[in-house]
Design a protein around this ligand. Structure first.
Ligand SMILES: [Ca+2]
Ligand SMILES: [Ca+2]
Length: 306
């Protein structure tokens, strides 16, 4: 008994147990199933959303148009002005909060800038005619005031902007499928005994301007809001990857650990829509080891593979 007490006494601060943020039910928005208690949607001004939920859909703000229910499900027309709006989906005592970002339309970009923020120029034609590589229809406006807005249970808007210099407002593009992938991977990580509250987004969205400045290929998934370069930085929280592989070293093998975890997870037939690319990167002078992950719907693997 004495031994047990002293063993407890030397335990480091016990991390709070991970909560997945999964809701008691799911809502399907424009064919995308969302199983989380909070999630973001990115829509154009006046866009009509179709929601299927075994519950009620209500506007959190009475000044917004009210969702309408028909035999086909719920429909809601987004407001005409860019901003963040709230829809609540409720069932019994449970709720899914949808943070709806009404985008600033692309036609407001002038001379490669949106307000003063440098966007650059997108390729005029999508890659191989693939609609995933069409110029984005609009941009999320990021301000100091809305940077903490939750996009999903463990990710916030302020984690994703392009790493270029320049003040607020900033503008970015994100795809809901990327957020789903990141949440699922984070949950798998915690289920595998690596307690983490979020993934560190080393690079999320990149403007075409910034992407060209770092000499990346023009059709990078980052410029379409569908990719993130990630690492896990929880213990120690030192701006570098953690020893996920538990071999006493911080190197590309820790990114390989993440790749293996994601590979197993997204092999599941339920996640066929979330298929995509992954690349393992070694440490260099500019960054530590990391994993690139995207939702390009085609399987691709590169870098230092396991
Ligand atoms: Ca670390
Ligand atoms: Ca390691």
């Amino acid at each position: 008994m004495i031994i047990a007490v002293s063993w407890l006494a030397v335990q480091p601060t016990i991390a709070t147990s991970f909560e997945s943020g999964r809701a008691e039910f799911a809502v399907t928005v424009n064919d995308l199933e969302i199983p989380y208690s909070v999630f973001a949607l990115f829509v154009l001004p006046g866009e009509l959303l179709s929601l299927e939920a075994d519950g009620s859909v209500v506007s959190a703000d009475a000044s917004q148009s009210a969702p309408e229910q028909s035999a086909l499900g719920w429909r809601w027309r987004a407001p005409g002005s860019p901003g963040i709006y709230r829809l609540d989906v409720t069932r019994g005592g449970h709720r899914i909060a949808l943070n709806v970002f009404v985008l600033v339309p692309r036609d407001r970009v002038r001379n490669e800038r949106l307000n003063d923020y440098l966007i650059g120029t997108y390729p005029s034609e999508p890659l191989n005619g693939n609609p995933l590589y069409e110029q984005p229809d609009g941009f999320i406006e990021l301000t100091e005031a809305n940077a903490d807005t939750q996009l999903s249970p463990h990710f916030r808007l302020g984690q994703f902007p392009s790493k270029q210099s320049g003040g607020y407002p900033k503008y970015l593009v994100l795809r809901e499928q990327l957020l789903l992938k990141l949440e699922l991977l984070l949950e798998a990580l915690n289920n595998d005994g690596r307690t983490a509250e979020t993934l560190t987004i080393m690079s999320g969205y990149r403007t075409p301007f910034y992407n060209a400045a770092i000499r990346n290929v023009p059709y990078s998934r980052h410029v379409y809001g569908g990719a993130a370069d990630i690492y896990v930085d929880e213990s120690p929280r030192d701006g570098d990857m953690d020893d996920l592989s538990r071999d006493g070293r911080i190197d590309y093998r820790d990114a390989q650990y993440l790749l293996r975890l994601a590979d197993t997870l997204f092999r599941d037939a339920d996640y066929v829509e979330l298929r995509g690319g992954m690349g393992v990167y070694r440490r260099n002078a500019a960054h530590g080891p990391f994993l690139h992950i995207d939702a390009r719907q085609l399987r691709a693997r590169w870098g230092e593979l396991p």
